[in-house]
Design a protein around this ligand. Structure first.
Ligand code: KG4
Ligand code: ZN
Length: 336
């Protein structure tokens, strides 16, 4: 099945063409075209994503990204024929989502191809199946730590098509906390990679930041208090070493994420621990989670770097593999 996929839930305009085969039992994905047009430069002056600007940029970028996809297909000698158009329908920024949905619907009508909606969170989850050889080793039940700028959740997948959320953040997503801490420290948006870079030069034990909800007994998270502690600390100690603040904040966040993920894995009898989402690019997180999983006799999986952040390849994979669990916060009047 040849899927054209579209992702516009946040600040990346992404379109891909992926040939999917093998079914949910032995899926194989072959990427034929892939474009990600990032809006980072547009949002950077504001220190975060501005929904109205995201919408404007998506509207500008969608036709350009589609033209680029057609060009990539042509160069690869592939026909521009699709069996399905898959588009992210949520969760995400509503004005941004609608640009992709409307583009998909128009294209579907023009080409006579059915349009299906995809849950963005499932996109991140199934990005772990894009590497065919690695994915063969994933065993169910699998625990998935989903960490991005908009979401932080722990999920158990009982099979390829059935999953349940164990817990999620009660306030800020962990990526959002990285971004806000970066902003306090005068670092550019998106802050995650900047904080990680500086943390490498700092002492992670320099400041004892809190580990919110570490012992809450459930699988929920909270990062807003941690972010506020960083704010108070930097106000009280204006001369504090920025690398030490970054390293100590990062360690506090990772401690909570890894401890809860491992407890979820143990309580659910898991052999496979997966991570996904933009924050999965954080090497300190993946190194620690891998170590803890392997110490417990489990195997650790992470997507290839280019599929951690928002992209359309993962949306094609989710459209192919998922049972189509209705998206949370589904958009009103969504008639696809
Ligand atoms: O998955 P993603 O591209 O978009 C959402 O669905 O939200 O994630 C973006 C988030 C941003 O908050 C960014 O700061 C964070 O991922 N991020 C990182 C790193 N790289 C990206 N956070 C910590 N360390 C990183 N290396
Ligand atoms: Zn995302």
């Amino acid at each position: 099945m040849r899927i054209l996929s579209i992702e516009t839930s946040c600040d990346e305009t992404a379109i891909a063409v992926v040939v999917c085969s093998g079914g949910a039992e032995a899926p194989v994905f072959s990427v034929r075209a892939h474009v990600v047009a990032t809006q980072i430069a547009t949002h950077r002056p504001f220190g975060g994503v501005v929904p109205s600007l995201a919408k404007r940029e998506h509207l500008l970028n969608l036709p350009l990204a589609y033209a680029e996809v057609l060009e990539q297909l042509k160069v690869a000698g592939c026909e521009a024929k699709f069996d399905r158009i898959a588009v992210t329908v949520g969760p995400g920024l509503e004005p941004a989502l609608w640009t992709g949905i409307n583009f998909a619907k128009d294209l579907g009508e023009k080409l006579g191809v059915p349009v299906v909606g995809v849950n963005h969170l499932e996109g991140h989850m199934y990005s772990n199946w894009l590497d065919v050889e690695l994915a063969k080793k994933i065993q169910f039940p699998a625990v998935v730590l989903l960490v991005s700028g908009g979401h932080t959740a722990l999920v158990v997948m009982d099979s390829m098509q059935s999953w349940r959320k164990l817990g999620e953040t009660q306030d800020d997503a962990v990526g959002e906390a990285f971004d806000k801490v970066a902003k306090m420290l005068g670092l550019p948006y998106p802050g995650g990679p900047e904080v990680e870079k500086l943390a490498r030069e700092g002492n992670p034990d320099a400041i004892a930041f809190p580990r919110p909800m570490l012992h809450s007994g459930d699988f929920n998270f909270s990062f807003s208090g941690l972010k506020t502690s960083v704010l108070y600390h930097t106000k009280a100690h204006p001369d504090a070493s920025v690398p030490d603040v970054c390293a100590s904040f990062q360690k506090a966040a990772i401690d909570v994420l890894v401890t809860k993920t491992m407890r979820a894995a143990e309580e659910n009898g898991t052999q496979s621990v997966l991570v996904c989402g933009g924050v999965a690019s954080n090497a300190a997180l993946s190194v620690e989670l891998k170590k803890r999983a392997e110490d417990a006799g489990m195997e650790f999986f992470a997507p290839a770097m280019q599929y951690n952040g928002d992209n359309a390849v993962m949306i094609a994979a989710a459209s192919y593999l998922s049972a189509g669990i209705p998206t949370e916060k589904a958009l009103p009047n969504l008639n696809i």
